[in-house]
Design a protein around this ligand. Structure first.
Ligand code: NDP
Length: 248
């Protein structure tokens, strides 16, 4: 039996990397998926891949930092899908730099995308979730939100903020049958980490007990678990998927 049969999921940042893997995994488990990304080209491509799996898919090019655009997309998605069961807030960016040289623009872009984007998308679906007395919210945070990282003050703050947001959401919505959890990926091989120099990757590996960088599939598997009926009694949690990098 497919774990997400008859479920409808919205995945932001579904055009590439982790979001794409989550969207495809959910579809393989029976879900119909709304793919959101910044560019129409990427979300449409992944929606096409999902249709070849025999599931329904919709593509939306939405900038998650644009409140009006997110609200309009939320209404459109609900109108075309009828309902939404799962929301994965995954869209994210980095603008790394040392604190003393970090521009206001780089701070704002990262906080607006990684944190405010999740707030706006959650807000777009919270009323229908409350009305249907069910909903799964999965926020893609980062181990960097737990431990910090030199050169990533903006990114660390955004992901720590997302973890706080997840816990507040979980407490606020639990009585309505809605769960909210965060995943904290370690270093996963995507476009985002492709920019890292080889020496840096070698250095990183020394701190990963399982001895390899993560694959997008590793995060998709954890997201599937949190979206599945098996996770019905789990809320407000942060699950690290990082090869053992951070052990609390
Ligand atoms: P990628 O850079 O590969 O993909 C990012 C996705 O987010 C793209 O689909 C992009 O859209 C979308 N996106 C970015 N900005 C916006 C925006 N303003 N509006 C709408 N969509 C947007 O990233 P990853 O797959 O590596 O990362 C996904 C998430 O996982 C992020 O939140 C990241 O912080 C987190 N993460 C990643 C880790 C890693 O090691 N890779 C580790 C820990 C956390 P488009 O395709 O149109 O460009």
């Amino acid at each position: 039996m497919s774990q997400l049969a008859n479920q409808i999921a919205v995945v932001t940042g579904a055009g590439r990397g982790i979001g794409r893997a989550v969207a495809l995994k959910f579809a393989a488990e029976g879900a119909d998926v709304v793919c959101v990304s910044r560019t129409a080209e990427n979300s449409e491509k992944v929606a096409g891949e999902i249709r070849t799996l025999g599931r329904k898919a919709w593509a939306h090019a939405v900038d998650v930092t644009d409140a009006a655009a997110v609200a309009a997309a939320g209404e459109k998605i609900l109108a075309e899908c009828g309902r939404v069961d799962i929301l994965v807030n995954n869209a994210g960016v980095t603008r790394d730099g040392l604190l003393m040289r970090m521009s206001d623009a780089d701070w704002d872009t990262v906080l607006d995308t990684n944190l405010k984007g999740a707030f706006l998308f959650t807000k777009a679906f919270v009323r229908p979730f409350i009305k249907q007395r069910s909903g799964r919210i999965i926020n893609i945070a980062s181990v960097i939100g737990l431990i910090g990282n030199a050169g990533q003050a903006n990114y660390s703050a955004s992901k720590a903020g997302l973890i706080g947001f997840t816990k507040a959401t979980a407490r606020e919505l639990a009585s309505r049958g809605i769960t909210a959890n965060a995943l904290a990926p370690g270093f996963i091989e995507t476009d985002m980490t492709a920019v890292l120099k080889e020496e840096m990757k070698t250095e990183l590996l020394k701190n990963i007990p399982l001895g390899r960088l993560g694959q997008t599939e590793d995060i998709a598997n954890a997201a599937l678990f949190l979206a599945s009926p098996a996770a019905r009694y789990i809320t407000g949690q942060v699950l690290s998927v990082d090869g053992g990098m951070v052990m609390s």
